[in-house]
Design a protein around this ligand. Sequence first.
Ligand SMILES: Nc1nc2c(ncn2[C@@H]2O[C@H](COP(=O)(O)OP(=O)(O)OP(=O)(O)O)[C@@H](O)[C@H]2O)c(=O)[nH]1
Ligand SMILES: [Mg+2]
Length: 200
Amino acid sequence: MPMKIKKAEFLYSAARPEQLREPGTPEIAVAGRSNVGKSSFINFVTGNGKLAKTSKEPGRTRLVNYFYINGGEFMLVDLPGYGFAKVSDEEKLKWAKLIEAYFKSPAALRHVFLLIDIRRDPSDGDVRMLNYMYHYTIPFTVILTKADKISRSQALDRRRKIASALKIGADNIIISSSYARQGKEDILTRIDEILSIDMN
Ligand SMILES: Nc1nc2c(ncn2[C@@H]2O[C@H](COP(=O)(O)OP(=O)(O)OP(=O)(O)O)[C@@H](O)[C@H]2O)c(=O)[nH]1
Ligand SMILES: [Mg+2]
């Protein structure tokens, strides 16, 4: 059964690790390269086009942004993107520390949606992110974004290639497009599955 999102609100932004929220409400984080479509994905999935700020300029999201869904049923967390060349080394280090702190206190972190542009091969940053998740044993689903840019048969082909490059099953990869509103049912069904797993 797909999860029904009735209400989505911006809750909080964290710029430094010590500002990360105390665990409580289950969290699903949205991670991926800068400009891959994370903020657009959050707007698409919640059905609220203005919730997360999107931009043509990579590096728009610099903070960890928390979105409160259905009055506290769960939280969607928009993580800052990685792999943006124009960012200074100092900024990169800040980013790494923030993400590291986020993954290290995963009490409430249930799942990560790792977004990858369907037209691109996984980057070093994507592989590093996957390794983080294996290291901290955080379950994840890969979401291929911008599927509107290619045909349906090309999309299936890209999914096979990316699955084999990442050594994961193609069934753990959802094809989506925020523009064409593709993949929403699969994503909402996955969210429902994630939240119904008994953590005790
Ligand atoms: N064609 C297409 N473009 C998309 C899609 N989703 C997002 N985009 C575009 O991709 C660009 C980046 O989108 P964002 O959602 O801001 O990306 P982000 O991953 O949040 O970027 P950062 O916050 O910089 O890490 C924007 O120009 C979006 O309009 C999609 O499904 N299809
Ligand atoms: Mg963003």
